[in-house]
Design a protein around this ligand. Sequence first.
Ligand code: PXP
Length: 236
Amino acid sequence: MLLGVNIDHVATLRNARGGVEPDVLRAAQICIDNGGDSITTHLREDRRHIKDEDVKNIRRDIKTKLNLEMAMTEEMQNIALTVLPDAVCLVPEKRQELTTEGGLDIAGQLDKGIKFVKPLIDKGIEVSLFIDPDEKQIKAAHKTGAQFIELHTGTYSNAFGSEFEEQAFNDLKHATEFAHSLGLQVNAGHGLDYKNVHRMHEIEGLHELNIGHSIIARAVFVGLPQAVREMKELVK
Ligand code: PXP
C-alpha cells in the first residue's frame, strides 16, 4: 500500500501566525524524502489552511504525485484545470465543519458529477471520489467515469477498539471488494493513525492511504521525518 501524506495541518500551524513558518513546501519535501508516496492538500473554499500559492508551489517543486482534494465547485475545477495536479479527490465541503464529515453524496448528484469529472479526466488528471462505504455511492462513482474512490474511514477510526469496530471494518472490506468488481481502484483515509491503520492490510488491494492529522500531530513530538517514516513502516 502507498502512503499519501496530507500536509494541510502544517498550513494550519503556519496560518496561526500569518507568517511563513512552518514552510509548507519544505514539509512536502520532507514527507517525500522520508517515504511519502504522494502529497495531498485540501484547498478549502475558505482557504483555512492550504492556500492557492501552496498548491502552485508544490506542483512546481515537488517531483512526485500531487493529490488535490477539493469540492465540486466551478472555482475548484478551474484551479485544477490550471494547476494540473496528478490526481484530484472530490470531497463534500461544509463551511462550518472542523474536518470532512461523511462522504460525498455522488448518487444524489450524478449528472453534475459526470459533467464535473470529464474535463478533469480529459486533461489526464486521475479522479477519485471520497465516499462512504455504501454500494449506492460506489455504483454512482463508477458511473461518473472516475478511476478511483477513496473510502471514508472515519466511522472505522471512531469505532476502533469498541464493539462497533468489526461492523465498520467489514463495511470497508465489502465496499472495497464491490468497487474492485466494478473496475474501480480504491484508496482510503480519514482518522487513520498509528494504532488503527494496521487493519487496512486485511483489505486486499487497497491502493493508497491518505493520512494527515495523526502524522502532523506526531511530528510535534518526534519530528516530521520520523513521524512519516514510522507511518510508512506501518503502511507499506
Ligand atoms: N482523505 C480525505 C478525502 C480527507 O478529506 C482527509 C482530511 O482532510 C483525509 C483523507 C485525511 O484525514 P486525517 O487528517 O484524519 O488523516
